[in-house]
Design a protein around this ligand. Structure first.
Ligand code: NAP
Ligand code: GDP
Length: 391
């Protein structure tokens, strides 16, 4: 996303300065000048991880509902907003309408920033999606993973609690919990009451964030909900998650840009849904009279092998002709099978998935064929290519 309308280093991208925090010292609960909502002002949501897969779909969904959406992004040396560029409005071209989306630089591990942001924005709803979200990578960087996933959630909960206390306003909080928490599953399908047996540093950290959220609900009466989301994918999924890795390879192999696909455990089974459906469940949880925990899943699971078979078949190829095993992608401890029971969400939220696995694979393969075609066109014309695209 082009940074326009502000000096370099401004904590916000593309719009006027919204960081109007009075700048109290951290943790001192003195009354503050918080934005006063008027009956006509839009509802405000803060999304951490707004430029991730889910953050981008959620931002789109909330902007479509008339929310003013504030997002936390990390400063990076390259543009990292490709997934949300289409929601961005150039302030120079905007005609007096309030911006739908405002971005703020910050890190989920920085309690001071979180406190300042929550106070200055005065959100009605906070969605905590920021995380080092890759299970395999969490074995390599367990401490960073715990700091972003577990401590990040705790710091944000504290910021929300403090803000409620000083402002007297009520904030609704969403925590991105994960089916990975079930680990070596105690029963199938998994429900809200299935015990957690985490099998990775990522899952261990998510369990802490999950319990911390429930604790803030019970101890402080916070309207806090945990969505125990099973794997959800889309054409915007990060390219190192297995579904997208497969569909990227399908597109590139089909167009002659790649010869083989290296994968780890093909026998693992996952309950894969569409991210666009799942963010609607996040919102629905925060519209309930009280916070609670909900499993969000399709109720159907499939092996990595079958996913690959189906994805390659969509372009007339046979997966096993191209898949090679690479030990590097095997985890030190694996979650072999996951399958969720989302009947509570169906009853309480009226939520159910609308996109089936075949449709999901179809949209991902279609997107990655298009991406490969762009890559091929550039290559054939002698240009270098960017391999990551926000879609
Ligand atoms: P994602 O695409 O990896 O997005 C993660 C987001 O978190 C990115 O915006 C990332 O920003 C941000 N982030 C990472 N570390 C951060 C930090 N230290 N400070 C601030 N932001 C940070 O993941 P996703 O698929 O959208 O998932 C969203 C959330 O749901 C995550 O918490 C994930 O663990 C959880 N979840 C996902 C699934 C799934 O199947 N997708 C299932 C269950 C739970 P950068 O671009 O700067 O890295
Ligand atoms: P996860 O369920 O959050 O770990 O999502 P992933 O998409 O990263 O992995 C899903 C399953 O695919 C896991 O059981 C992995 O072990 C398995 N898998 C097999 N090969 C690969 C690979 O090359 N990359 C990834 N990311 N996962 C793989």
């Amino acid at each position: 996303m082009p940074v326009s309308g502000g000096p370099e280093g401004t904590p916000q991208i593309g719009v006027g300065k919204a960081d109007n925090s009075p700048g109290e010292a951290a943790r001192t609960l003195i009354p503050m000048a918080t934005p006063t909502p008027s009956p006509t002002s839009p509802r405000r949501a803060l999304i951490t991880g707004i430029n991730g897969q889910d953050g981008s779909y959620l931002a789109e969904f909330l902007v479509g509902k008339g929310y003013q959406v504030h997002g936390l992004i990390r400063r990076a040396s390259l543009f990292n907003t490709a997934r949300i560029d289409h929601i961005y409005q150039d302030p120079h071209l905007r005609q007096n309408n309030a911006p739908g989306m405002i971005l703020h630089h910050g890190d989920i591990t920085d309690a001071n920033i979180l406190e300042r942001l929550v106070r200055s924005i005065g959100p009605d709803e906070v969605y905590n999606l920021a995380a080092q979200s890759h299970v395999r990578v969490s074995f390599e960087i367990p401490i960073h993973t715990a700091e972003s996933v577990a401590m990040g959630a705790l710091k944000l909960l504290e910021a929300v609690r403090d803000y409620q206390q000083v402002s007297g306003r009520s904030v609704r909080y969403y925590q991105a919990s994960s089916s990975e928490m079930y680990g070596r599953v105690a029963e199938t399908p998994q429900t809200e009451s299935t015990p957690f047996r985490p099998r990775s540093p990522y899952a261990v950290a998510k369990v802490m964030a999950h319990h911390a959220t429930a604790n803030y609900r019970e101890a402080y009466g916070l309207h806090a909900s945990c969505g125990i989301l099973f794997n959800h994918e889309s054409p915007r999924r990060g390219e190192t998650f297995v579904t997208r890795k497969i569909t990227r390879a399908v597109g590139r192999i089909k167009l002659g840009l790649q010869g083989a696909l290296f994968l780890g455990n093909l026998d693992a089974q996952r309950d894969w849904g569409f991210a666009g459906d799942y963010v609607e469940a996040m919102w629905a949880m925060l519209q309930q009279p009280a916070g609670d925990d909900y499993v969000i899943a399709t109720g159907r699971s499939m092996s990595v092998r079958e996913f690959a078979d189906r994805a390659f078949a969509q372009v007339g190829l046979v997966a096993k002709d191209f898949i090679r095993f690479d030990q590097r992608y095997v985890r030190p401890s694996e979650v072999e099978t996951l399958c969720g029971d989302a009947s509570k969400a169906g009853r309480a939220l009226g939520w159910e998935p609308t996109t089936g696995i075949e449709e999901l694979i179809g949209m991902m393969v279609e997107g990655d064929l298009e991406l490969a075609a762009q890559e091929k066109t550039l290559r054939d014309a002698g240009h270098g290519v960017r391999t990551e695209r926000g879609r």
